[in-house]
Design a protein around this ligand. Structure first.
Ligand SMILES: *[C@@H]1O[C@H](CO)[C@@H](O)[C@H](O)[C@H]1NC(C)=O
Ligand SMILES: *[C@@H]1O[C@H](CO)[C@@H](O)[C@H](O)[C@H]1NC(C)=O
Ligand SMILES: *[C@@H]1O[C@H](CO)[C@@H](O)[C@H](O)[C@H]1NC(C)=O
Ligand SMILES: *[C@@H]1O[C@H](CO)[C@@H](O)[C@H](O)[C@H]1NC(C)=O
Ligand SMILES: *[C@@H]1O[C@H](CO)[C@@H](O)[C@H](O)[C@H]1NC(C)=O
Ligand SMILES: *[C@@H]1O[C@H](CO)[C@@H](O)[C@H](O)[C@H]1NC(C)=O
Ligand SMILES: *[C@@H]1O[C@H](CO)[C@@H](O)[C@H](O)[C@H]1NC(C)=O
Ligand SMILES: *[C@@H]1O[C@H](CO)[C@@H](O)[C@H](O)[C@H]1NC(C)=O
Length: 414
């Protein structure tokens, strides 16, 4: 489940600033005309000062196209968006200046919207835009970050959702729009380098393994205090992947320090910053164990250790070689038993040189904890005149079918 609040590492002032920019843009290009015939709107309730901004800001006239993206549903029962509102979600996109995309929750803009986003968790079949209002050019977007195991499949099978969605926007690589915003990804440091390709690699592309120059390992990893083996942070202790069983077995062979409500309280850290610092300093490994074993389901658990000088031990259904450079992680599923995995971790506790080789990826990559590519891609798709019509006859089967499914845990590990 993605984080809902905190806007990642952005300080509040930064968020306010981007919202402010969004408001300015919105007030220049969108709102003046529509105030004339709309009473108190969501925008006005949220941003009371907007009218004054309109008066003082010069608005440029050379705008070819504004694109409105309406988030129809709440986001985890709140009037929030994963990305913010107005122009903020698109701040970091690299678009031509003649196109501007705007995000809103103001339903009175439904007819003017180019795309309507439905967050699947909040999707209510009794609260959809009226069918007779639907414009053929509008894209209805299936928007979701959770795995099929945590999806209300019965809801998606309702007749009303047949031929309803035009595009999918999820973490899965076969989506129309790949969106990793709450989770993360690896990016090339040198974006112009032809030998560096961002992760995750696209679906079905040939595996091109990275090579690193071991002589160039100049990254600073301080091992002086790193004598604790494994940390696990979790609150969900009874999962479809049965990770808790694997963790229990591991703890018979190596020390596993459990933080959060799945532990017995003997290991604590007070807040995220504090916990991250502790990870950095003291731990060699972090258990990036997913709660369900589903295609491409890789969450922020993977990128947290990568960002904090710790090696991830992964357990999931994804093809991790498409997500991380080879040699940067340990895959539990490469081992035939918890004991052999524990043996390997023990070896790395005692072999600093081998342990440090797991950080060679830093020669070429950085961790992006909150990628914006998804929204940028959506804006581009909507502004492209060559975008084809598309609709999903049966979204439930697309989301959960024979080849796109979730698997049972491997008997050798749990
Ligand atoms: C905004 O405009 C209204 C009416 O034009 C005025 O009464 C109010 O004082 C203005 N607020 C600011 C902060 O300038
Ligand atoms: C969200 O905003 C709408 C419109 O202002 C309001 O009717 C609704 O109660 C709000 N919902 C929540 C959960 O705040
Ligand atoms: C943005 O787009 C321009 C032109 O398409 C390109 O030259 C530039 O490298 C891009 N910048 C980034 C950060 O992608
Ligand atoms: C949307 O358009 C329909 C006609 O297609 C109209 O009846 C309806 O009032 C409009 N809704 C809004 C919110 O403007
Ligand atoms: C790690 O080293 C510190 C300082 O030398 C020591 O107090 C601590 O017991 C060690 N922890 C483990 C798990 O070996
Ligand atoms: C908590 O569990 C650890 C093993 O994970 C054990 O060593 C410790 O004694 C337990 N503490 C309490 C208070 O039960
Ligand atoms: C979206 O799907 C609807 C329903 O199948 C269809 O009528 C419409 O043409 C599609 N629009 C786009 C832009 O693909
Ligand atoms: C599932 O994958 C297999 C092998 O890649 C393929 O032959 C089959 O057509 C796929 N089935 C569906 C329903 O997509």
């Amino acid at each position: 489940m993605p984080k809902l609040i905190g806007w990642r590492l952005k300080p509040a002032s930064c968020w306010l600033a981007s919202t402010f920019v969004g408001v300015i843009i919105a007030s220049c290009y969108l709102l003046p005309a529509y105030w004339n015939n709309h009473p108190l709107s969501f925008h006005e309730q949220q941003f009371g000062a907007i009218k004054n901004l309109t008066e003082i800001l010069p608005c440029s006239k050379n705008l070819d196209r504004k694109i409105i993206i309406l988030q129809w549903t709440t986001y985890f029962w709140k009037n929030e968006s994963e990305y913010g509102f107005g122009g903020a979600p698109f701040d970091r996109c690299n678009h031509s200046r003649s196109v501007i995309c705007l995000m809103t929750m103001d339903r009175s803009l439904v007819n003017e919207s180019d795309a309507i986003i439905f967050h699947v968790r909040d999707l209510n079949p009794n609260d959809l835009p009226p069918v007779e209002w639907r414009r053929p050019h509008q894209h209805y977007i299936f928007f979701f970050y959770e795995s099929p195991m945590h999806t209300d499949m019965a809801k998606l099978r309702l007749p009303v959702f047949q031929h309803f969605f035009n595009r999918t926007m999820t973490y899965r690589r076969d989506s129309d729009i790949l969106d990793l915003h709450p989770y993360g990804r690896m990016k090339c440091i040198d974006t112009s380098s032809r030998s560096c390709l961002n992760y995750p690699r696209s679906n079905g592309s040939p595996v091109v393994e990275d090579t690193f120059d071991s002589a160039k390992n100049s990254f600073q990893i301080d091992l002086s205090l790193k004598n604790r083996t494994v940390a696990w942070f979790a609150t969900n202790c009874n999962t479809d992947s049965r990770r808790e069983s694997l963790i229990h077995s591991l703890s018979l062979f190596i020390p596993v320090d459990i933080y959060g409500s799945c532990g017995n309280g003997s290991h604590r850290c007070t807040n995220r910053v504090d916990c991250d610092l502790m990870l950095n300093r003291y731990y060699r490994f972090y258990l990036s164990f997913e709660n369900s074993l589903c295609t491409d389901y890789v969450t922020e658990k993977l990128y947290r250790p990568m960002d904090h000088d710790t090696v991830p031990v992964v357990y999931g259904e994804a093809d991790y070689s498409s997500y991380l450079p080879a040699g940067s992680y340990i895959n539990a599923r490469d081992f035939d038993s918890p004991r052999s995995l524990a043996n390997h971790l023990n070896k790395l506790m005692n072999d600093d040189e081998l342990y440090l080789s797991y950080f060679a990826w830093r020669q070429k990559y950085v961790v992006d904890r909150a990628p914006v590519d998804g929204m940028c891609q959506l804006c581009r798709l909507l502004s492209d005149e060559n975008t084809k019509e598309k609709s999903y006859a049966d979204i439930a089967t697309w989301w959960y079918s024979v080849n796109q499914t979730c698997r049972s845990p491997p008997a050798s590990l749990v």
